[in-house]
Design a protein around this ligand. Sequence first.
Ligand SMILES: CC(C)(COP(=O)(O)OP(=O)(O)OC[C@H]1O[C@@H](n2cnc3c(N)ncnc32)[C@H](O)[C@@H]1OP(=O)(O)O)[C@@H](O)C(=O)NCCC(=O)NCCS
Length: 159
Amino acid sequence: MTLLRELTTADAPAVQRVYGSVAGRFAATTDPMGPAAAVAWTTYVLGQGRIRMPVRYSLAIDAGDGLIGLITLHRTTPDEAEIGYVLHRDARGRGYATGAVAEALTLAFTTLGVRSVRARHRPGNDASGRVLVRNGFMRTTSPDHYVRYVRRRERRLSG
Ligand SMILES: CC(C)(COP(=O)(O)OP(=O)(O)OC[C@H]1O[C@@H](n2cnc3c(N)ncnc32)[C@H](O)[C@@H]1OP(=O)(O)O)[C@@H](O)C(=O)NCCC(=O)NCCS
């Protein structure tokens, strides 16, 4: 099953529901995202997607019944991207984040052409850590309060 697809403007209400389900725990702000902010965010992200080499590439996680989460690849250097993801509370525990990160890695290493993808989560976010480890991410040293990871592109075998 393919989980990632491009966002559309019709996704704004679902984007609002996803961020509303994590406000205060994951989002940088404790303010829930309102309808106008959800439309503004979705429109902004769609505009970024039209840039040929986007700096920020956000995609919908959709298991066939509408948007249930979001995944973002943020290109930090020509060779590196950072990944972030969020799933609606009611859609967790079914492997969707693990599958969506796997698809996003393929995109990062092919379409974006980066050599490595970094990720981070807050200490105690064990579900996020599992998602990363299952996708081949390695823990790195962390000089701050985040738990940090890197996943390098696999070298092609020659011959
Ligand atoms: C992190 C998050 C994306 C995981 O989504 P998910 O779809 O439930 O993840 P999956 O079902 O693919 O897999 C989760 C893994 O974590 C495990 N897990 C789930 N809840 C857990 C918990 N509370 N403690 C430990 N492990 C947990 C699952 O068993 C599974 O591991 P397994 O495959 O080895 O059995 C989701 O919880 C979320 O959106 N959290 C808020 C946003 C966030 O923290 N984002 C990450 C920071 S960028």
